[in-house]
Design a protein around this ligand. Structure first.
Ligand code: NAD
Length: 475
């Protein structure tokens, strides 16, 4: 048993990331102390604060961890869950550092967490807790457009982000850049179009890119392309639902969806929006009319499929079930869904694992776009939309005159249209995900690295070293 393993022979979540980091470090020639500096968490803020819930005073445990200050501000989501603990928040903050570096988003990694179960607390009380947490962060200078910028994560969404912004603004009135203190806000409150679905869409772009690489597809006995691929998704929350919708729309077949209470299965494919409606109306995905129930939700991960997308929580694929996983590709939409022991088992089986530090970076990429929008105080496309439309109209006239071609009304609409915010955000995200994929793949090939995860870490660590060198901190 290694010094990083606990009594049961498992690694702590933070040790899992350290283990992955150390594997990558074998491909990097730099002084050990400098690697240790990159690995370490820079600041850990653990807090307890009282909140009156009903007639009782409850003491709430919460965290904000800033893993790296090599670029500022720090950036990372806030999680609401009873499983929140210091080790988990530190790990998620570290993942943010590596993730941002891979997709060239100029932030240091951070993460926050509040140990509550939002499903059992009223929205009034969640609001109280969120606002109190934000004022604790303000007191200690752990939030601000140039300091640390939270975003949604497991158990939080637009609603919580707007409370954070409102609390920040009320205590920092007059700060012209206050909107940039948090991302993932509703569009009506300074959010950017396309943020809500960004992580799921990024997952889709990343997997689609892989499915178009002939060599990789043949290596796992699959045909090229996404159409007809059988997919299983665990977690139908923000990330899982949007990823499932994009896969479904692109012609892939969602054969199973798993939630806390159980999973549903249909070999011919599930209609994702119908399942979501069923979930909204019944509070459970079970008993969906066009599917079979699987009571033990974990069993859904072990079904025969081409692509498995865990999009719920960490450590769901571990040494005890890894051998039973039949997927040929696993796309880590969640953070840390595979333990290091399971990683080794799956590697030996030849499964392609598309790692979290790349695959779920769509959220932070679009959060970066939102932050830029807030700092520039102008909506994307506002300056160039009309100009583009005028240029396109001139261009159209030339085509019609020179080519003497009749262009249909539909074609005209398409050619004349100037870019809207959503078009720019989505194209920026698509470009980022495609580039990221090929940078990792090229590095994997050129250095003969064993898998995509290690290659992604090598890419990321090299970029962080570059930034430290530019700052003149490292010799
Ligand atoms: P969410 O709260 O919106 O959804 C999570 C879903 O998982 C919920 O529907 C929940 O019921 C379900 N779930 C919980 N336990 C389960 C279990 N045992 N089996 C099956 N389903 C279960 O959270 P989210 O924002 O979609 O985040 C999901 C994962 O993606 C997390 O690991 C998060 O860190 C990661 N992530 C999220 C974002 C983002 O932008 N929201 C960005 C990057 C990474």
């Amino acid at each position: 048993m290694s010094k990083n393993q606990n009594k049961t022979g498992s690694y702590s979540f933070f040790n899992c990331i350290e283990k992955n980091f150390d594997k990558a470090a074998r491909f990097i020639s730099i002084e050990k102390g400098l690697l240790e500096q990159i690995k370490a968490c820079n600041s850990v803020y653990r807090m307890h604060f009282p909140v009156k819930i009903g007639k009782e005073i409850k003491v709430i445990e919460a965290y904000r961890v800033q893993h790296s200050h090599h670029k500022l501000p720090c950036k990372g989501g806030i999680r609401y869950s009873m499983k929140v603990n210091q080790d988990e928040v530190m790990t998620l903050a570290a993942l943010m550092t590596y993730k941002c570096a891979i997709v060239d988003v100029p932030f240091g990694g951070a993460k926050g967490g509040i140990k509550i179960d939002p499903q059992t607390i009223s929205s009034e009380n969640i609001e109280k807790i969120t606002r109190r947490y934000t004022s604790e962060l303000i007191k200690k200078n752990f939030i601000g457009p140039g300091i640390d910028v939270p975003a949604p994560d497991y158990g939080t969404g637009e609603r919580e982000m707007s409370w954070i912004f409102d609390t920040f603004l009320s205590l920092r009135s007059g700060d012209v850049d206050a909107l940039a203190c948090v991302t993932g806000k509703p569009v009506s409150q300074g959010g950017v179009r396309g943020r809500k679905e960004a992580t799921g869409l990024g997952v889709f772009y990343g997997i689609r890119e892989l499915c178009h690489v002939k060599e990789d597809m043949y290596s796992v006995g699959l045909d090229v392309g996404l159409v007809g691929k059988k997919i299983i998704i665990q977690g139908l929350g923000n990330v899982g639902y949007h990823a499932a919708s994009f896969f479904h729309e692109s012609g892939a077949i969602i054969i199973a969806l798993a939630e806390r209470e159980g999973a549903i299965y249909n070999e011919k494919g599930l209609n994702v929006s119908k399942v979501f409606l069923h979930l909204k109306n019944n509070g459970s995905i079970l008993n969906f009319p066009e599917a079979t129930n699987i009571e033990n939700t974990e069993k859904a991960l072990e079904l025969e499929c081409d692509i498995l997308i865990p999009a719920a929580l960490e450590n769901v694929i571990h040494k005890n079930n890894a051998n039973r996983i039949k997927a040929k590709i696993i796309g880590e939409a969640a953070n840390g869904p595979i333990t290091p022991e399971a990683d080794e088992i799956l590697d030996k089986k030849g499964v392609i694992i598309v790692p979290d530090i790349y695959l779920n970076a769509g959220g932070v990429t679009v959060s970066y776009f939102e932050w830029l929008k807030n700092l520039s105080h102008v909506r994307y496309g506002r300056m160039e939309k009309k100009f583009r439309e005028n240029v396109n109209a001139e261009f159209l006239k030339v085509i019609e005159t020179v080519c003497k071609k009749k262009i249909s009304i539909e074609e005209k609409k398409m050619i004349l249209r100037g870019p809207r915010e959503i078009d720019l955000v989505r194209s920026g995200l698509e470009d980022t995900m495609i580039n990221g994929f090929h940078k990792i793949r090229d590095l994997k090939k050129s250095l003969k690295i064993e898998n995509m995860r290690t290659a992604a870490f090598v890419l990321s660590i090299n970029k962080i070293i570059d930034s430290y060198e530019k700052l003149g901190i490292f010799p």
